[in-house]
Design a protein around this ligand. Structure first.
Ligand SMILES: [Zn+2]
Length: 181
């Protein structure tokens, strides 16, 4: 079930070519979830986010990829979530360009691959290229289930999930800002 509103003003190019979409999904073990997205037919601007209907607590999710079948494990990631993969020295942090999406473990790994490929292709330096090559090799092994990999998602909004019985869910305390004297 998706609702679309067309002809909205795009915040980037200011043309009336923005399409707003709202989709409602029922995700097992997570609940009713709304997927919002906007896409401009003029300049290609795109943004999306997700929100669970139910109020969620800030959470930290830890999942270790162990086998090829884990590629199909569903992942819900909100724009406020941080993804940490310390074994690959990679992280995705929230920011203005951060997107919320519903994907699976394979999709998350593919996004990492694209980032690494982008860095590799943009660099002239040999050591950057070597590092990228090694990281891509590791990710391929993880995809084939030949190398375990731990993924951590922290979300202060709680609107993230890794749908597996092997996911370790911890409640995060709401962030307190401490003043230094
Ligand atoms: Zn636009």
């Amino acid at each position: 079930m998706a609702d679309a509103i067309k002809g909205e003003i795009c915040p980037v190019c200011f043309e009336k070519k923005l399409v707003l979409m709202e989709e409602e999904m029922d995700i097992p073990f997570f609940g009713k979830t709304f997927l919002f997205s906007m896409k401009c037919d003029g300049c290609g601007f795109h943004k999306s986010d997700i929100e669970a209907e139910e109020m969620k607590d800030p959470c930290r999710l830890t999942f270790t990829i162990e086998k090829e079948a884990d590629m199909n494990v569903r992942v819900v990631k909100s724009s406020e979530a941080t993804i940490k993969v310390s074994q690959l020295k990679m992280s995705v942090t929230p920011g203005p360009a951060s997107e919320g999406y519903i994907s699976n473990i394979e999709g998350i790994l593919t996004r990492f691959e694209k980032v690494i490929e982008g860095e590799r292709d943009a660099s002239e330096e040999d050591d950057v290229k070597t590092t990228a090559k090694n990281l891509l090799k590791k990710i391929r092994k993880v995809k084939w289930g030949e190398m375990p990999l731990k993924i951590v998602i922290e979300d202060p909004s709680g609107n993230s999930a890794i749908i597996s019985e092997r996911t370790i869910v911890e409640k995060l305390k709401a962030e307190k800002k401490t003043k230094k004297k």
